[in-house]
Design a protein around this ligand. Structure first.
Ligand code: GLA
Ligand code: ZN
Length: 669
């Protein structure tokens, strides 16, 4: 099966090519002490594999693969196309990206190839062809890892030429294109295809990349085009690998935040397994990585994903990198597992003495000792995974609530010029995720194209862009008994970012049974009061929609400002289902009440109804429930009574009454 791994991989990026060959055997002995069974290799080795054009040298990689194979390691073999060797920049300057400021890059850094460069494509494909031919068939290779963390847009002439062809395909005529971008505004009408230029800082965009544009239709199309162009590079490599190996999964990894520039839902279709690099910031709440894991699991409709990278201790690129507290590493790696990861992999297995990441955490640290706290914790986790990996590998999460995340909305919502400069797509989505997390409700994070019908509730905050067909899809879902929550700044524009006329929220007006006349911006340090049914008064920020009811019922109204007394939160019966509209950014307490009321009204299962800061999630396999209890804090917590009769897989004992700081339980009945 192309989407399965033979076992729970425990390991990560390993760069033996940075060390003398006589150190490898010792490294592997150390890894084995921690039950590490896997290594991701060859991620950045192009300069060694092809020291000059067309001259290949595989002797070192052969030896590394042999060493790992002899030790029964599962190998994730990368293709090395993410860092271009110096000779490529020298011989073919067009391989280098032209950035958003219009500057062509020199040799240096990584991940900076132009996706439209035929020279890059030809050279990368040739390297992959050699690799795949040589190593396909090695039974120890369990996955092919294409490139690494794609991302970064290019604005060079080759890209612009390719963009014009892409636009011709999308719009056929310039009349269609001018209409789509509403080019009559500011005399932007295009009369010849070759008049189209890149929307970078020298053209129609300004501010940090992806934040401000004059012509949103153009800028969004450019992001679509760049994401697709990088995707083509991935597909090229994948197709070459598949000429030699039809059985091993092929994938690339995506990094945290999530990466705005890569429409990973689009990419997911030809990833055999989703691979995710997780590096939560030290000051981030734990529901954020939880959300990102749920997003990764949703990319292939619930298929388990790989936790491809994470750090065993510190990172080197965040402004501050506190040490992980005792137990924290194990608990946070288990957090990924609890949300659907079937691997636990680190960056990196061994710390280099030089280069840019010498102070990034690793299993083998600079001390090169195993009697360290970090190593002991890595080893403990290794033992846990060895013992219990078979219990959870392949298990699924079952959720009745879906939260919609959509890259076109990510782009378009943050390009909005006007009302407020504080629109942040991920933050606004997280407001809703946080409430569901707190209520211990399992959530699938899905795309606008996924099947809604299997969910009791679909939550789509700031669904600003509603593409053709989506309005109908949502209406059909609700009409047949579905439940849908949406918010301010939703339903406003079509896929070209042109506003639906006839009153906001445009495409969602019928469904929500309201119309919005205007939206007030709540300026910094100010709040507007909202009074919710049941008596709670809370604060609202960001924007306040001026709502008129057209069939919907009010669930809360503004309680300050000249529009006090007008609706702020509404519900509309639509066919057999209901649609909620939250017209402002409610504070934690207010949104907490709105979401809890909905969950209770619909009778949606909460894994516990007790209030507890413990993170509680569930995976299921062969009819058996595995409930993960995580204490992601420095304080001991009480286990809620619901679980006290269950059995803890990790200890082999009945569940304890308390969960230690950074404690983990995997409970079964
Ligand atoms: C990314 C890269 C790795 C490494 C880590 C460090 O995820 O893929 O090569 O640089 O960051 O955190
Ligand atoms: Zn380019």
């Amino acid at each position: 099966m192309k989407n399965k791994l033979p076992r729970v991989l425990y390991g990560g990026d390993y760069n033996p090519d940075q060390w003398p060959a006589n150190t490898w055997a010792k490294d592997i002995q150390v890894f084995k002490q921690a039950e590490i069974n896997s290594a991701t290799i060859n991620v950045f080795s192009w300069a060694a594999l092809e020291p000059s054009e067309g001259v290949y040298d595989f002797h070192q990689l052969d030896a590394i693969i042999k060493e790992l194979s002899d030790n029964d390691f599962s190998i994730v073999l990368a293709t090395s196309t993410a860092v271009m060797p110096a000779w490529m920049f020298k011989n073919y300057p067009d391989v280098a990206r032209v950035d958003y400021q219009g500057r062509r890059h020199n040799f240096g850094q990584r991940h900076n190839f132009c996706p439209s460069s035929l020279n890059y494509q030809h050279l990368a494909n040739d390297l992959v062809d050699h690799l795949a031919k040589r190593y396909a068939g090695n039974q120890h290779i369990v996955a092919w890892h294409v490139n690494n963390e794609y991302g970064g847009n290019c604005y060079c002439d080759n890209c612009v030429k390719a963009f014009r062809l892409w636009l011709k395909k999308r719009y056929q005529t310039l009349a269609n294109l001018n209409k789509a971008w509403d080019n009559a505004v500011w005399s932007h009408t295009i009369h010849q295809w070759d008049e189209i230029v890149a929307p970078n800082e020298l053209g129609d965009a300004w501010g940090p990349e992806g934040s401000h544009t004059i012509v949103a239709g153009l800028s969004i199309d450019y992001l679509r085009f760049q994401s697709e162009s990088l995707h083509h590079l991935y597909s090229n490599e994948k197709n070459i690998i598949e000429q030699y190996d039809q059985h091993t999964p092929v994938m690339t990894n995506v990094h945290s935040a999530p990466n705005k520039m890569i429409d990973y839902q689009e990419w997911a279709k030809d990833q055999n397994i989703i691979a995710y690099d997780s590096y939560p910031f030290y000051d981030e709440p734990w529901y954020k990585p939880a959300f990102l894991y749920d997003l990764m699991r949703g990319l292939k409709q619930g298929q388990p994903f790989m936790l491809m990278e994470s750090t065993p201790s510190q990172v080197n690129w965040q402004p501050y990198s506190p040490m992980k507290r005792p137990g924290q590493m194990r608990a946070t790696e288990f957090q990924a597992v609890a949300h659907g990861a079937d691997t636990v992999q680190f960056f990196q297995l061994k710390k280099a003495t030089g280069g840019s990441e010498k102070f990034h955490g690793a299993v083998i640290a600079h001390s090169q000792r195993t009697d360290t706290r970090a190593f002991r914790e890595v080893a403990q986790l290794g033992h846990d995974l060895k013992k219990f990996g078979n219990d959870f590998i392949g298990s699924r999460v079952s959720a009745k609530v879906a939260l919609v995340f959509d890259w076109a909305n990510f782009w378009s919502y943050e390009y909005v010029a006007g009302i407020s400069q504080d629109f942040n797509y991920v933050d606004d989505i997280l407001d809703y995720y946080k409430q569901l997390y707190r209520l211990h409700v399992p959530v699938d994070v899905i795309s606008v194209d996924d099947d809604f019908s299997k969910y009791d509730l679909v939550v789509a905050p700031v669904l600003y862009m509603v593409k053709t067909g989506l309005e109908q899809k949502i209406e059909d879902y609700v009409k047949h008994g579905g439940h849908f929550v949406t918010t301010y700044m939703s339903g406003l524009v079509d896929e070209q970012d042109n506003v639906y006329l006839g009153g906001y929220p445009g495409a969602l007006k019928k469904l929500t049974g309201i119309w919005v006349e205007e939206s007030d911006a709540v300026t910094p340090k100010k709040t507007v009061k909202v009074s919710l049914d049941g008596g709670l008064t809370c604060d609202a920020t960001l924007v306040c929609d001026q709502i008129h009811l057209e069939g919907a019922k009010e669930l809360g109204h503004y309680a300050s400002e000249f529009y006090a007394g007008t609706p702020a939160v509404t519900i509309n019966q639509f066919g057999k289902g209901q649609a909620w509209y939250v017209g402002t950014r409610l504070d934690d307490q207010g949104l907490g009440k709105v979401m809890a009321d909905i969950i209770h009204q619909l009778g949606i299962q909460q894994l516990t109804t007790s209030q507890t800061p413990l993170e509680i999630t569930r995976r299921q396999k062969d009819g058996k429930d595995l409930t993960f209890i995580l204490n992601l804090s420095n304080q001991e917590e009480t286990l809620t009574a619901d679980f006290q009769n269950e059995h803890d897989l990790l200890t082999g004992q009945p569940a304890a009454n308390t969960v230690a700081p950074w404690g983990v339980m995997i409970l079964t009945k």
